[in-house]
Write a protein that binds this ligand. Structure first.
Ligand code: AMP
Length: 137
C-alpha cells in the first residue's frame, strides 16, 4: 500500500467505491467520472505505478480480469463495443499513479472520436521500428 494513493485507499476500503469485481489480486470499480455509464477501472491490488514497473505475473492477473470485466461491461451496459485503454506517465495522460485499465462501454451513437492519426515519411517507419526493436529485452 502506497501512502496518499487514492486507488490503494479504495483497495483498503478507506475510500468508498462502487465495486464490480474482486479476486485475490485485482479489483474493478466504476470510474467516478464516466465517459459513458458503466465505465469501469481494473487495477492490481498491489501498488504499481504503471505498465513500466508492474511484474509480468501481476500484469497477467490484470489482463485476465480486464477481459472478464470487459465482457460484463459490454453485456451489462448494453453496449455495442468497449474501449480498453490505459495511460502510462503524465505525457500520456496518466493522472492517478496506480496502474489501471479503463473499460469504456461504447455506442455508435456516443459521438466520441478516435485519436488523430498521422503518416510516416519515406524511410521513417523502418528507422523507428529499428530503434524499438533494439530496445527489446
Ligand atoms: P487516468 O490516470 O488519467 O487514466 O485516469 C484516472 C481515472 O481515475 C479518471 O478517469 C478518474 O475519473 C478516476 N478516478 C479518480 N479518483 C477516483 C475514485 N475515487 N473513484 C473512482 N474513480 C476515480
Amino acid at each position: 500500500m502506497e501512502k496518499d494513493c487514492v486507488f490503494c485507499k479504495i483497495v483498503s476500503g478507506e475510500i468508498p467505491s462502487t465495486k464490480i469485481y474482486e479476486d485475490e489480486n485485482t479489483l474493478a470499480f466504476l470510474d467516478i467520472r464516466p465517459v459513458n455509464p458503466g465505465h469501469t477501472l481494473v487495477i492490481p491490488k498491489e501498488h504499481y505505478r504503471n505498465i513500466l514497473d508492474i511484474p509480468e505475473d501481476e500484469w497477467e492477473h490484470v489482463a485476465k480480469t480486464a477481459r472478464i470485466v470487459a465482457r460484463a461491461v459490454k453485456a451489462g451496459a448494453g453496449a455495442e463495443g468497449v474501449n480498453v485503454s490505459s495511460s502510462h506517465e503524465p505525457s500520456a495522460g496518466q493522472e492517478v499513479f496506480h496502474l489501471h485499465l479503463h473499460i469504456i462501454p461504447r455506442f455508435s451513437s456516443d459521438g466520441l472520436k478516435h485519436w488523430p492519426q498521422g503518416a510516416y515519411k519515406e524511410g521513417e517507419a523502418q528507422m523507428v521500428a529499428e530503434k524499438i526493436k533494439n530496445a527489446l529485452p
